[in-house]
Design a protein around this ligand. Sequence first.
Ligand code: 2NL
Length: 343
Amino acid sequence: MEDRLKQLQAEALEKIEQAEDLKTLNDIRVAYLGKKGPITEILRGMGKLSPEERPVIGQLANDVRAAIQVKLEEKQEKLSKLEVEQKLAAETVDVTLPGRPVRTGNHHPLTAVIEEIEDLFIGMGYTIAEGPEVEKDYYNFEALNLPKGHPARDMQDSFYITEEILLRTHTSPVQARTMEKHEGLGPVKIICPGKVYRRDNDDATHSHQFMQIEGLVVDENIRMSDLKGTLEVFAKKLFGEDRKIRLRPSFFPFTEPSVEVDVSCMCGGDGCSVCKHTGWIEILGAGMVHPNVLEMAGFDSKKYTGFAFGMGPERIAMLKYGIDDIRHFYTNDIRFLKQFNRA
Ligand code: 2NL
């Protein structure tokens, strides 16, 4: 019995020594000191021993149990400490490491230019007006002095959905609708940015879908000089105070007279490939609103006059940033878009 106890002690101490984690240690405790363990069993069987053996074995069994207990506690403390150390080591944060860069987005260059233009006109008292992209033939053409059969409303150039409904080819129908809502009473002072559609084959300078920004002012005593002054302020704010504008006679069915507007080139007239050695770059079309357009929208063209203008923000953005292909705006290559980070 004595040998058995000594062997149990040696065995248990050895196993405790070898234990590498708290779970194993607990298993050892249960195996040796538990209710069904060998030492408990021996102590329980003391009654069967002779009176001489009883105190000797009892003492020894208690000593063995105490020795195992002490060793278990020692090891438990060691392993707990180790576990905490390992946990801390695993969770260490090196605050001196450089941070991971946070990827941020930025405005699309076209959005940036459109917003810049919008802000410019809002600053001059304009309101932004919007309307449907799927439009009635009436608002897209008829109300703009382009009656059925007019050579400028070539069926081949528009996306028709039915005989009377099409994808708008310009944002002018928004202006026609806004004027109509005013029921013949001025002033109207709006800019209309939005998507427009034309049946074109896409190339470096054409896109079947593109943006347009049109402006319209209708009131009493609106004159050509108001248009010129407005566009001069606009061009200087957008391209630089050193720029000039010039107006050339042109034709649009919805304006009379009509003009094409150039901004002086950044080369200062010395001649460069952007202005094709002319010193001038065309940026928009404009004119005095045709009396027919005013009358169709319910305005008395003897009392009211107005000016209107239209531009392509893609073209403006291409000039402003030196972009050589309109398709860049719509292919959304992140390497292209990232170059226009205003932040
Ligand atoms: C261009 C030319 C232009 C207009 C658009 C307009 C609208 C109404 C009445 C009269 Cl409701 N005019 N818009 C006028 C002149 C030119 O756009 O080259 N755009 C890219």
